[in-house]
Ligand binder design. Structure first.
Ligand code: IYR
Length: 229
């Protein structure tokens, strides 16, 4: 199987010149600042249609693309949708799946878990927000000559890149919703993505609507999410 052109066949090393060290106090201050910034991030479901410069989205996608990935294959594709007609088609398909989910497929236990979020099958944000970013994972990467190179740890790699993207968008002053209509196969068809790609998340991106409200929910305490051994 041919190696990805982006990687070298045999190991080649260069000096690490990008690493930045900080004195201990600055390190702690930076860690606190970063936590504070990320803790202001809230998933929103009410978006304004105020436009966002494409260049901002491009920079955030570049940040996402710096994520580590299995064998550095970078097995992701970000399909950025701004066309209103396409958004309408996506909303129609998503709402078909969501109605099926809320009215038939979802077990009561799942609906109970979602109750604090106040979600339902109505998804106006798909048309309201200026950007939809459909995030696809590539089971294999297709080379120019048609050969397929297998990818590894695809869900992990895509999830890490998505985390970077959400953090970058938040840092730039944008809000997001990690929307997961399920199943999402309709996105391949509507966005012209090949069969080796699986949609993972439809990320809704933009500014919050005026008077946007969010559920009154909290994150777990450190002692509930970590142990030091
Ligand atoms: N996809 C549905 C349901 C849903 C599921 C989970 I898990 C959530 O955290 C939120 C919603 C919807 O978008 O409404």
């Amino acid at each position: 199987m041919p190696a990805l052109a982006i990687n070298q066949g045999s190991p080649q090393f260069i000096p690490l010149t990008t690493y930045q060290a900080y004195p201990p106090e600055e390190m702690l201050a930076r860690a606190k600042d970063f936590y504070e910034e990320l803790s202001r991030r809230k998933t929103i479901r009410e978006f304004s249609s105020v436009p966002v410069a494409q260049e901002v989205i491009e920079q955030c996608l570049l940040a996402a693309g710096t994520a580590p990935s299995g064998a550095n294959h970078q097995p992701w594709h970000f399909a950025v949708v701004t066309d209103p007609a396409l958004k309408t088609k996506i909303r129609l398909e998503a709402e078909i799946e969501e109605r099926e989910f809320y009215e038939r497929r979802a077990p009561q236990e799942w609906k109970d878990a979602l109750a604090p979020l106040g979600t339902d099958s109505n998804k106006p944000f798909i048309e309201d927000a200026p950007y939809l970013i459909a995030i696809f994972g590539q089971k294999s990467t297709l080379l120019g000559d048609g050969t397929a190179v297998k990818n590894y740890y695809v869900p992990e790699s895509v999830s890490i890149a998505t985390g970077f993207l959400i953090a970058a968008l938040h840092h730039a002053g944008l809000a997001t919703l990690t929307h997961t209509p399920s199943p999402m196969g309709f996105l391949n068809e509507l966005l012209g993505r090949p069969d080796n790609e699986k949609p993972y998340i439809l990320l809704i991106v933009g500014h919050p609507a005026d008077h946007c409200q969010v559920p009154n929910i909290r994150k777990k305490a450190l002692s509930d999410i970590a142990s030091f051994l």
